[in-house]
Design a binder for this molecule. Structure first.
Ligand code: 5RP
Length: 224
């Protein structure tokens, strides 16, 4: 099976997983990236079973609208029934690294508003220790150099993601060479650096369930 086929399989599994949770007025959270895109496409098939979605990026919002799915402003919603999104890495606690697609801040907001976070990923994303994938950090442009120096002090090697501006008008530093033994501690520490909007660790609020696409089939994993 190719990586894309594994992504399609978990996107399909996510549809089956969320179906029993949907009702007429339900609003769901929808993420960003190639796995989330497969999910959005399948979501079109059941669009009459819920009221609408809050998207974690302008790109996902456009894809949802194209399928005739209502996209709502997050401020008009008190709770999302469920949030479905991909990840760049997951460990056994379902602590994640996200933000490969630069949508980490809106993803964190959608996650915070959601009752349940269903992560969908192919098996290449499964790791023992987070950090091989560089940790994305969204930064206010004026603070870029200062934040980079602070990240070096934490042992990382930050690299400016050239030419990328987030949907919020900010820049991304990708931090290499981190062996993230304490994801909750590092997430909290990095977010304390002045000028950081947020970082791509989802450990303080991890995923609730991971649908992991493997060659043996989709595994449903809960935090250990
Ligand atoms: C976007 C994300 C994505 O979920 C993550 O990068 C995974 O992407 P893909 O499904 O394309 O592998 O966090 O900011």
């Amino acid at each position: 099976m190719t990586q894309d086929q594994l992504k399609q399989a978990v996107a399909r599994a996510a549809i089956e997983y969320i179906k029993p949770k949907l009702f007429n007025d339900a609003i769901i959270g929808v993420g960003t990236g190639s796995t989330a895109n497969f999910f959005i496409d399948y979501l079109g098939e059941i669009k009459n079973q819920f009221a609408g979605a809050v998207a974690s990026s302008d790109a996902s919002a456009a894809r949802l609208k194209k399928l005739g799915i209502d996209v709502l402003d997050c401020n008009s919603v008190s709770e999302l029934v469920v949030y479905v999104d991909g990840a760049d890495e997951s460990n056994a606690y379902l602590h994640l690294i996200k933000g490969g697609g630069a949508a980490l801040t809106r993803e964190k907001i959608v996650r915070a508003v959601s009752k349940e976070f269903v992560c969908i990923a192919d098996e290449s994303k499964w790791v023992d220790v987070l950090g091989k994938f560089p940790l994305p950090v969204e930064v206010i442009p004026m603070a870029r150099s200062y934040v980079a120096r602070e990240l070096v002090k934490l042992g990382g090697t930050p690299v400016y993601r050239d030419g990328v501006v987030t949907d919020n008008g900010n820049v991304i530093l990708d931090v290499y060479n981190l062996q993230i033994i304490d994801p909750v501690g590092l997430e909290t520490r990095v977010n304390q650096i002045t000028g950081v909007v947020t970082n791509g660790l989802f450990a303080v609020q991890a995923a609730d369930v991971l649908l992991l696409g493997t060659k043996e089939g989709v595994k449903t994993l809960f935090p250990s």
